[in-house]
Design a binder for this molecule. Structure first.
Ligand SMILES: Cc1cc2nc3c(=O)[nH]c(=O)nc-3n(C[C@H](O)[C@H](O)[C@H](O)COP(=O)(O)OP(=O)(O)OC[C@H]3O[C@@H](n4cnc5c(N)ncnc54)[C@H](O)[C@@H]3O)c2cc1C
Length: 448
């Protein structure tokens, strides 16, 4: 049994020399940061990506690999539709290794109530001309042969896709480096360099970089980073666990979930499995600071959320993680190069049981790897994609709340447009930073 493929001990692949001067510094080598750098380089800008650990070693490599429009918050659907085009272009450019395929996504229902919940989302599909539809029991049986009879229907989007996270994001990063972006791993940004209320660059563990703009795409670390500069972002990290089987016969080439488990066929013939909606939230200072902001989400999701009294040492919201540090010395980002939480084995075992019960002919799946990922969640389960009004020069792209892999390439394009003061091409009102401070009511979207 192994854990996630990229540990902090893995060899460093990107070690570009740090320039003293750049147009833009991107903090974070996940899909959001890497795709932002690609778009900025396409504008002819000199770009540096600073990654404290390894490219794609946190959420962007650890996720399920669903590239979907189905079930999203209505404001995210246009981003998801644009993302399909970016993914298709990346696939043409980099080849089949990316694992990008249009194979469909299905949410399987066991009860009329579940089906009715899915049906309610169809209005959003219609508004965006999506091919999402409700499948009958017979259609589900044809789509997923050998599945149980208790799947009485499904929400299905045939045009949704999949890709291979821990292969695709590093491949894209290599292309971005070849395009001239300086990517540097093991390079934590300790602080923003601020002069006269304006961001003028960053202070990294390897020295300062002056830059006209900085993009913070630091995933689960964003809130900790911002708070040290007096900026609030109500972000919590929740643990979600994933397992990978070895090659198995195909039951469905796409991605599907019912209430007990989620599966996604991988390019190597195995499945990525998870307990569909089970996660663990550790209580820490951030969680206590903003219980009211997260209350609607917790109420909606209480069955699926297990609370723990403390996050492991060194995690962004652990009790002992420093909230202030000097940029002259190593801080919390260097102390945890790769956030590599222990998987919730009970949740994964129950996902395996549910898979085995659904497909008895295949036997109980054997997980050859198990890992956890910390999802950077905001109270309304949609990201912040915005300039920071209080700190000119800083752009935020974070809080992708468990569904940023699929839309990552669009997030990059949008963040690059925000840096350049161009039209982002989408209505970003729902993603504005000020919603957490201007008295707006925070309403979780459907996020099915
Ligand atoms: C288990 C799991 C399943 C998921 N399934 C899906 C799915 O099927 N489909 C989907 O669309 N989404 C899914 N997601 C969500 C998706 O993976 C994330 O939304 C997305 O990867 C976020 O990308 P990111 O670049 O914003 O953050 P990350 O990938 O977390 O990258 C942030 C990076 O910033 C670096 N960093 C942080 N602070 C600093 C600093 N100070 N200096 C330098 N570097 C720093 C970190 O080391 C990290 O590499 C899933 C997530 C998880 C965990």
């Amino acid at each position: 049994m192994t854990g996630f493929p990229f540990a902090a001990a893995a060899p460093v692949e990107h070690q570009a020399p740090l320039p003293k001067l750049a147009d833009v510094v991107v903090i974070g080598g996940g899909i959001a940061g890497i795709c932002t750098a690609w778009e900025l380089a396409g504008q002819g800008l000199k770009v540096v990506v600073c990654e404290k650990g390894r490219v794609a070693a946190e959420q962007s490599g650890r996720n399920w690999g669903w590239v979907r429009a189905q079930g999203r918050d209505p404001a995210e659907i246009p981003l998801a539709l644009e993302a399909r085009r970016h993914w298709a272009r990346w696939s043409e450019r980099l080849g089949p290794g990316l694992g990008f395929r249009t194979v469909g996504v299905s949410y399987l229902a066991r009860t009329e109530a579940e089906l009715a919940g899915y049906e309610a989302w169809l209005q959003h599909a219609r508004a965006h001309d999506l091919d999402t539809r409700l499948l009958s029991q017979a259609e589900v049986a044809r789509l997923i042969p050998g599945g149980p009879e208790h799947w009485i229907g499904a929400l299905h989007t045939a045009s949704d896709c999949r890709a291979e996270p821990w292969v695709a994001v590093p491949m894209i990063a290599r292309a971005v480096a070849q395009a001239g972006v300086a990517i540097r791993e093991n390079c934590a940004v300790r602080a923003l360099d601020i002069q006269g209320g304006q961001v003028i660059g960053v202070i990294t563990e390897s020295g300062r970089i002056r830059a006209d703009a900085v993009v913070l795409a630091a995933g689960a670390w964003s809130s900790l980073f911002l708070r040290a500069h007096g900026l609030a972002l109500p972000q919590l990290s929740v643990l979600s666990s994933v397992g990978a089987t070895g090659p198995m016969p195909s039951v469905f080439e796409g991605a599907a979930a019912d209430r007990d488990f989620a599966l996604r066929r991988r390019a190597d013939g195995g499945y990525t499995l998870a307990a569909a909606s089970s996660h663990v939230m550790s209580v820490g200072p951030d969680a206590l600071r903003q219980p009211r902001a997260f209350w609607p989400l917790l109420r909606q999701d209480w069955r699926a959320t297990r609370l723990r009294p403390a996050a492991p040492r060194g995690f962004p919201d652990a009790w002992t993680t420093p909230r202030r540090w000097s940029p002259d010395r190593p801080g919390p980002f260097e102390a945890m190069r790769v956030l590599n939480p222990t998987a919730d084995n009970a949740a994964l075992d129950s996902a395996c049981d549910a898979f085995a019960a659904a497909f008895p002919a295949l036997g109980r799946p054997v997980l050859r790897a198990r890992w956890g990922g910390m999802i950077d969640t905001l109270p309304d389960v949609v990201p912040v994609l915005d300039r920071v009004a209080a700190l000119p020069g800083l752009v935020l792209g974070t809080g992708l709340s468990g569904h940023g892999f699929g839309i990552g390439p669009t997030v990059g394009r949008v963040l690059a447009a925000l840096v350049a003061n161009d039209d982002p091409g989408h209505d970003l009102t729902r993603f504005r930073h000020a919603r957490f401070s201007d008295g707006s009511r925070l309403t979780p979207g459907p996020a099915l």
